[in-house]
Every structure is written in structure tokens, then in C-alpha cells.
Design a protein around this ligand. Structure first.
Ligand SMILES: [Zn+2]
Length: 545
């Protein structure tokens, strides 16, 4: 048994997770398309259904738990509850302490079942709420009755595997996950989703045989050799999620053999595609103004730097989106293609074609704007810089820590300083931090040290801490935010770089001229605004000047 859809929707509205006007529209949509209203709402807002259950729990003043994450229930408690009751009503006693027995349920409004349970257990109970899928998984795991266990291989048909994979990818989409990890463990299949840079468990009660079936299914879809289980393989697939989600996306698939069997990692590409605009990335107004100037120049080089997963390609594509115009021939060389964009010729390189040779052939197609996925070697750097010098606007990425370090890195791989100096428009170093959930973040006075770190003299500095609520599924953070270190080139800086200056000199001059804004400074502003926490800033940047 579970709480009704109306109750879930009502709780979400009352906790401001969804707006009444949008809900009214979604009701009409759901009726017209004959799809479930809860599914329509979660698809529209990209909220997992657990957020609605958590909202319902919050409204009733109950804690919201994942029964599997809590310690395994004691055998003596389980013995007192008939299995049929647990399965039918989705209730499970978990542990007892001085306040009584903690009982997990999907429907705290079902007083009759809870009273029965209290009678059976013979003591006071406390109720915590959990979503039905998590209850099914927990009951499947703890009430170990294989005949009842849906996800064991004898009872599982191909269609069930297809549905299971679809459920996992749907949940990944709703949680806005970037990656899905499926690995075999002693207890069976373990699925984890990477959300805002951190892994979260997604509970299934699938055993090892089901895990094998599911992994084979992914390999078939990704066009991999299913007989080969001892060598790592890479592939890709396109996956479509049915209405109300109605979205198709590309997935990069990698497999690897482990001690307990194969594991699969799926990267969901282009997940931020809808939010690909410069303002949404969290760039400050001043930086945005400068960035827009830099990307509107007819030629020159714009570089983005940062580690993998720092959102560089999102920024690049937001920039291309912004200048995308029928009058311009925009071409890209990528591996793999992350975002599909209308009006842009995107070319995928493979192991046989290097970025440099692909770029050279692109130059024969009369481009105005070029984007090269990454500069890794001298050859690519050389072709890119020369293209920028001969009247093309060139975008690319590089792996360096700081904006100024990019110049040194290009010199290290063999580029001439004058070529760098005369072509560079802008360098942007980027990191992602988690965005504080605006529903539950809590202000507090900063300590003296913290105020100093944030460059504030006064005594009334306020910072915000994560708390956790239904909107953020208890994490205190929701979504991510870019932090930027920006270096805007003008004539003076170009001359300085052309003359072969050191990284340190470049930084000092650029700072003095107001052409360099450091990552820490950008992050401090965002911490003071309550967009993120100081601890998040400290995970990606240090105060340098
Ligand atoms: Zn929250």
C-alpha cells in the first residue's frame, strides 16, 4: 500500500516544490496524453518520486528514510510480523531503542495496519516514511523468500530486464545524474548514480544472475561483444525515455572485468542541454559581458581549462549557442559529440583521426568559427593557433589548473609565445561546486577567519550551510554552479605574453589591470550570496593572492 497520488502532489505543492499554475497545466497535459499525473509532474520538474514522498513525510512531521541504508532489522522483530502483512502493506520493523520500535512504512496514513503492527510487536512504535520501491527492495532483501523475490533469474524474462534498465535510466534522468554505475557485489547488483558529482545508491534487489542479464542487455544496446567478459570494452548507445519524459539522449558505455564479474559505467551525455545558456552557468555579470565581447570578435582563440567534469563543454556550447547564426559557418571536431546542436557541423574523431588532422580538413570547408574538443599535443595547438591567426574564431579546452597557467602549458607543448600572445582573446578556468538548496539553506554568522578568507572586513558577515529537505532529497544541495577564473586579453597583455613572460608576471599584470578575476574571488562572491557554501568553495579553490 502506498499513499495516494493526490496526497503526494498536495505535499509537493504545499512545500513549494511545484507551482499551482504549472500543476494545472500539467493536469491538462496528463489527461490529454493519458499518462499518470505524478509521472508528468516528476518528468516536468526532473524530480525523483522520492522527493514527493519526502515532502509528504515532512508535512506529517515524520522522518524519511531509506530502509536499506538503515542497519538490517533484528531477526527477533521480523519474526513477530507475518511476511504477507509486510509485503502487502509495505511495512517493516527496523530496530528498537528506548523510544520503541522504528517501523518503516510507505503509508503512514494507514492507521489500521500500524495499530495491528503495534499489537503484534507488543510495544510502542515510531513511524518513519520510505518510498514504495525502497520498501519493496528492503522487504525482498530482509524477508528472504526466493519464491517471492521478483528479481531472481528463474522468474525473470527478457521483458523484465528491459523494464529494469528503463527504470534505472529513468531514475538517473529524474535525479539529473551524469553517470550510472552497475557493479556486481556479493549481495547482488549494486547500482549507483552520480548526482552533482557525488555517488548515490539506487536500490534494487537483483541477484547476481539478474545483474549478468542486465549488464548483457546494456552490452547488446551499446553494440559490444557480449561473449567477451574478460577485456574492457567501450561503446555507445542512444536511449529514448517514453512520455511523459519523452527525451532521447546519448550514452557512452564502458565495461570492465572485476573480481566478482563485469561492471558497466554509463555516462549520460548532454544532460544539461536544456540549460545551455550563459546566464544559467552562474557567470557573474561582469564576466559575462567580457565573455560576450570575446566570443563576438571575428577571430582569435578562446580557451577553457579545468579537469574532466568541470563543465567546460557546457560553457563552450553555451557560447556557440549564443553566436550560432545562419551567417556563420560553425564547425566542431569532438570525441565524442556531447551536445547535438542545430545549424552546426559537428564531426566526431575516432582512434584513427587525430584532432589535428580533422582540424586541418575542416579548414578546407571555409569555417568562420571552429571548436576543437581538446588541445593535447603540439600539432593540434599549432593548427588551432594558426587558424585563430588567419581570421577564424577558435574555441578549445586544455587541462591546466589556472587561467594564467594555460599560456605556460602552451609554451611547454611547443608553441611560440608570439603566436599565443597575438591570438589569445580569453582564457577561462572552470570548476563546478554544488549549489545550496534555496528551500532549506541556513544562514549563520561567519567566524573571523572565515570573513577574512572571504575578503570581508566587517563583523556581520553571513554564510550559509546546507540542511536538507524534500526539494533536495535531504542533501542540502541541488544542482551545480560554475566558478570561473577569467583572463581577458588586451593589447598590453598580448604584448607581455608575446615577449615570453613568466606565469607569475602575467598574473600580477593582469590582476593589476583588472583583466584577471581569480577563482577564489569569484567563489567568495557566490558564497556570500548564499549560492554555495564555503566548504564547497574550499574543495575546488585555494586563496592565492
Ligand atoms: Zn533542501
Amino acid at each position: 500500500m502506498a499513499i495516494s497520488s493526490d496526497h503526494l502532489i498536495d505535499a509537493a505543492v504545499r512545500l513549494n516544490l511545484i507551482e499551482p499554475e504549472i500543476l494545472a497545466q500539467l493536469r491538462i497535459d496528463a489527461r490529454r496524453k493519458r499518462v499518470d499525473l505524478v509521472d508528468t509532474v516528476t518528468a516536468h520538474y526532473r524530480l525523483p518520486i522520492s522527493a514527493l514522498y519526502q515532502a509528504a513525510a515532512e508535512l506529517r512531521g515524520l522522518s524519511f528514510i531509506n530502509p536499506i541504508a538503515v542497519s538490517a532489522p533484528s531477526a527477533s522483530l521480523l519474526k513477530k510480523v507475518p511476511q504477507a502483512l509486510a509485503r502487502r502493506k509495505l511495512v517493516l520493523p527496523l530496530f528498537e531503542d528506548e523510544q520503541g520500535v522504528l517501523v518503516a512504512t510507505s503509508d503512514p496514513d494507514d492507521r489500521a495496519t500500524l495499530e495491528t503492527l503495534q499489537r503484534l510487536l507488543g510495544q510502542r512504535i515510531r513511524v518513519a516514511m520510505a518510498e514504495p520501491d525502497a520498501m519493496h527492495a528492503a522487504i525482498g532483501r530482509y524477508l528472504n523468500d526466493p519464491a517471492q523475490n521478483l528479481a531472481s533469474v528463474e522468474t525473470l524474462a527478457e521483458t523484465d530486464l528491459i523494464a529494469m534498465l528503463n527504470d534505472i535510466l529513468k531514475e538517473a534522468y529524474l535525479r539529473r545524474a551524469s553517470d550510472v554505475h552497475m557493479a556486481q557485489e556479493e549481495s547482488g547488483l549494486r547500482v549507483r548514480l552520480r548526482v552533482d558529482g557525488k555517488l548515490q545508491d539506487y536500490f534494487t534487489n537483483a541477484d547476481g544472475a539478474v545483474a549478468n542479464g542486465l549488464i548483457s542487455r546494456v552490452k547488446v544496446l551499446a553494440d559490444l561483444d557480449i561473449a567477451e567478459q574478460r577485456e574492457p570494452q567501450d561503446g555507445g548507445m542512444t536511449y529514448y525515455l517514453a512520455p511523459p519524459i519523452d527525451t532521447e539522449f546519448n550514452i557512452r558505455v564502458a565495461t570492465a572485468p572485476t573480481r566478482l564479474g563485469e561492471r558497466v559505467t554509463m555516462r549520460l551525455l548532454g544532460q544539461e542541454a536544456q540549460s545551455l545558456t550563459l546566464p544559467r552557468l552562474g557567470m557573474s555579470e561582469h564576466d559575462m559581458l567580457e565573455f560576450r565581447k570575446a566570443i563576438r570578435k571575428p577571430f582569435g582563440m578562446i580557451l577553457l581549462t579545468g579537469p574532466t567534469g568541470s563543465g567546460k563543454s557546457t560553457t563552450l556550447f553555451a557560447a556557440l549557442q549564443e553566436i550560432n547564426h545562419p551567417e556563420l559557418n560553425i564547425m566542431t571536431v569532438e570525441n565524442p559529440i556531447e551536445y547535438v546542436m542545430d545549424g552546426i557541423s559537428q564531426i566526431q574523431t575516432g582512434p584513427k583521426i587525430s584532432f589535428a588532422s580533422a582540424l586541418r580538413s575542416l579548414l578546407r570547408h571555409d569555417p568562420d568559427v571552429l571548436m576543437v574538443g581538446e588541445i593535447r599535443d603540439e600539432e593540434t595547438a599549432d593548427v588551432a593557433l594558426k587558424a585563430a591567426m588567419t581570421g577564424h574564431l577558435v574555441f578549445s579546452t586544455l587541462h591546466t589548473n589556472t587561467a594564467a597557467g594555460t599560456v605556460g602549458r602552451l609554451v611547454d607543448i611547443g608553441c611560440e609565445p608570439y603566436l599565443i600572445g597575438s591570438t589569445m582573446n580569453a582564457v577561462i578556468a572552470q570548476r563546478l561546486v554544488r549549489r545550496l538548496c534555496p528551500h532549506c539553506r541556513k544562514p549563520r554568522a561567519a567566524t573571523k577567519d572565515e570573513s577574512e578568507l572571504l575578503g570581508q572586513g566587517g563583523s556581520d558577515v553571513v554564510v550559509f550551510e546546507p540542511v536538507g529537505c524534500a526539494a533536495c532529497q535531504g542533501r542540502g544541495y541541488r544542482g551545480r554552479l560554475g566558478l570561473f577564473e577569467t583572463l581577458w586579453f588586451d593589447e598590453a597583455l598580448s604584448k607581455l605574453v608575446s615577449s615570453g613572460c613568466s606565469e607569475d608576471e602575467l598574473e600580477r599584470h593582469a590582476l593589476a589591470d583588472g583583466k584577471l578575476n581569480l577563482m577564489w574571488a569569484d567563489g567568495s562572491v557566490k558564497v556570500l550570496a548564499g549560492d554555495t557554501s564555503l566548504s564547497e568553495l574550499q574543495t575546488v579553490a585555494v586563496k592565492r593572492h
